[in-house]
Design a protein around this ligand. Structure first.
Ligand code: ADP
Ligand code: ZN
Length: 584
């Protein structure tokens, strides 16, 4: 019975489509287009022969002459083309809203038919349709409604907030910046682990600037019907532009912008490629004085297509890291504000015990605690609830009791990172260590970031050797403090970097007396047996530099202890704090 109905429906649809195609074809025949060269077209304009032009952003333009003849010509796509047309008294029709009724109706009918057909055929797997709906409603919903979120709703992340604050003024008054010829920011990329408040920050920026917030997720765009992703992007930008100033947020941008591989193909699907191209086109489409900021988030910075990071695209990149102990306290306080937390609960203590928690997990912790208390109709949220919630939050994330395992891990990490920082500071006065932290970061060596003064064009041999020693500083500190038997796997990427540096130093830059000026890539390509000597020399260099590194740390052991101790308490140290320790 059911099947019978479906077959009938199908038949009806096929008839409908046939009918619609007829109407469409009729429409086309009735208004045949002639092709005008661009030069003829301009002449026609001069002679006032052109009645209307349908303005769009495609390669070809359509229009109508005063005698009723339709034409097609090349679209120059220049800035003041539209103004030019208007000055010459040509009617300009925006977009594709030409009301050729038959044709439009035909197309509409065909589309309806195809849509319905797809729907019928797909009825057994309605997931797709649901997905479609989800994307659209998301774009709709995030307009202006719900409570305005501001930077007060974001705890910690101070550096990120500071750098976003500049943008508030820009969104509010882009003209001001235009007047001074400032290059206007367009895209901001937030990168860091999940749950660290990237979405929250983007919402807060919109809230602070008091403009609408449009959010989509990159993963929503893949697996939609071919071509839909790109039109979604265009739709999204159109909406944003229509509402004037706004913040557009694209979560999980890595789903669209995967690094292309060497063969020129893409790491993602073709659909993702098309969607990405649409995004890039839209972004270069506005001049920046609209007061629209495009923000994107990823926790996979390393897989991102470089095309996304070029000037005029997401050229401002802000790292959002896991919160350190002070930030965790701030986040816990924020999410306790609206909850009856017992006065005996010591949030500072909880902050200490939640290392490696993200903001989202901390929020979750307080929320779970509140749920437990509510279920038990307790007077308020007590330590008992929080302890119980602690394990709920960690379920599925890690089986072990983090509080017992982390203390030794923390100590090792603290010494390792202190080793890097101390070597950097001691061997070269110019080195700036912007931050040391035992919270892992997505970029840089573990939790350690270093700025070599950038104002030099060349690296000297001494610079390279210094960098190798800094890289070896982590392992050297481990050995010094824990003993040879207790060194850890934590240095593996450091060792990789050190090896790369030493190999290019002696193999590419001709900086070793024994190997001399030979370039090893050339030698290897000529099938010369060069491996052994290179190995020997590289190893010798590394060993020598490692001994020197250990000496630096040995001579400054009290500083190493002091930095590690402070790191254990504070989890991260700024450059000033580090310098203060080194002055003592
Ligand atoms: P991301 O986009 O980085 O994955 P979200 O912004 O979606 O993370 O964070 C999820 C939730 O976690 C937020 O809605 C908020 O409740 C909480 N949260 C995360 N980071 C913070 C923070 N820094 N301050 C306050 N709340 C936070
Ligand atoms: Zn390291």
């Amino acid at each position: 019975m059911k099947i019978g109905v479906r077959v009938k429906l199908l038949l009806l649809l096929i008839i409908l489509i046939a009918l619609a195609s007829g109407i469409y074809a009729y429409g086309i025949r009735n208004n045949r287009y002639i092709e005008l060269s661009y030069r003829d077209f301009l002449n026609h304009i001069d002679e006032d022969l052109v009645d209307e032009v349908e303005f769009n952003n495609r390669a070809k333009l359509k229009g109508k002459l005063r005698d009723g003849q339709y034409f097609i010509t090349d679209n120059p796509r220049t800035e003041n083309f539209k103004e030019h047309l208007l000055l010459y008294n040509v009617n300009v029709i925006e977009g594709d809203n030409r009301a050729i009724v038959g044709q439009a109706a035909g197309i509409a009918l065909i589309l309806f038919g195809i849509g319905a057909l797809a729907y019928i055929l797909n009825r057994n797997s309605p997931k797709q349709a649901e997905k479609e709906m989800a994307i659209m409603s998301k774009v709709d919903a995030e307009g202006t409604t719900s409570r305005r979120i501001t930077f007060d709703d974001v705890a910690g992340n101070e550096e990120a907030k500071d750098s976003l604050k500049e943008l508030i003024d820009f969104i509010g008054d882009p003209e001001k910046y235009n007047r001074y010829g400032a290059r206007l920011p367009r895209g901001v990329l937030l990168y860091g682990p999940p749950g660290t408040g990237k979405t929250l920050l983007a919402k807060a920026l919109a809230g602070e600037a008091n403009v609408p917030f449009y959010a989509v997720s990159g993963s929503d765009f893949i697996q939609v019907y071919a071509g839909l992703g790109a039109s979604r992007i265009r739709e999204l930008f159109k909406r944003a532009k229509d509402s004037g100033k706004s913040v557009i947020f694209i979560d999980e941008i890595d789903a669209l912008g995967k690094k292309r591989n060497a063969s020129g193909g893409s790491g993602g699907s073709e659909e993702a490629d098309r969607t990405l191209n649409a995004l890039l086109t839209e972004m270069s489409g506005f001049k920046g004085n609209e007061g629209i900021i495009v923000m994107a988030a990823t926790n996979r910075m390393d897989t991102l297509d470089e095309a996304l990071l070029r000037p005029g695209r997401f050229d401002r990149q802000i790292e959002i890291s896991l919160p350190d102990v002070n930030a965790r306290l701030a986040i816990l306080e924020l999410h306790s504000k609206n909850k009856p937390v017992s006065r005996k609960v010591d949030l500072k203590n909880i902050a200490l015990e939640t290392i490696y928690f993200s903001g989202a997990q901390l929020e979750n912790l307080m929320n779970e605690s509140a749920m437990l208390a509510a279920r038990q109709r307790a007077d308020n949220i007590t330590m008992k609830h929080i302890n119980q919630a602690y394990f709920t939050v960690l379920v599925g994330e890690e089986k072990k009791d983090r509080r017992s395992i982390t203390s030794e891990d923390k100590r090792i990490t603290a010494y390792h990172e202190a080793g890097h920082a101390l070597v950097a500071k001691k061997i070269c006065k110019d080195n700036r260590v912007t931050k040391v932290s035992i919270i892992p970061s997505t970029k840089g060596m573990g939790g350690f970031s270093l700025n070599i003064p950038p104002d030099r064009m060349y690296q000297t041999k001494k610079d390279i050797m210094n960098n190798i020693m800094i890289a070896l500083g982590g392992r050297a500190a481990e050995e010094l403090v824990l003993g040879m038997d207790n060194i850890t796997t934590g240095a593996s990427s450091d060792l990789q970097k050190a090896t790369e540096m030493v190999l290019s130093m002696i193999g590419n830059y001709g900086m070793d007396d024994e190997i001399g000026l030979m370039n090893y890539n050339v030698a290897l390509n000529s099938n010369l047996d060069t491996g052994t000597l290179l190995m020997e020399r590289a190893k010798k260099f590394l060993d020598k530099l490692y001994v020197e590194t250990k000496e630096v740390l040995q001579c400054n052991k009290e500083y190493l202890d002091a930095i590690a101790a402070k790191l254990l308490v504070e989890e991260s140290l700024s450059e000033e704090e580090l310098n203060r320790i080194l002055l003592d």
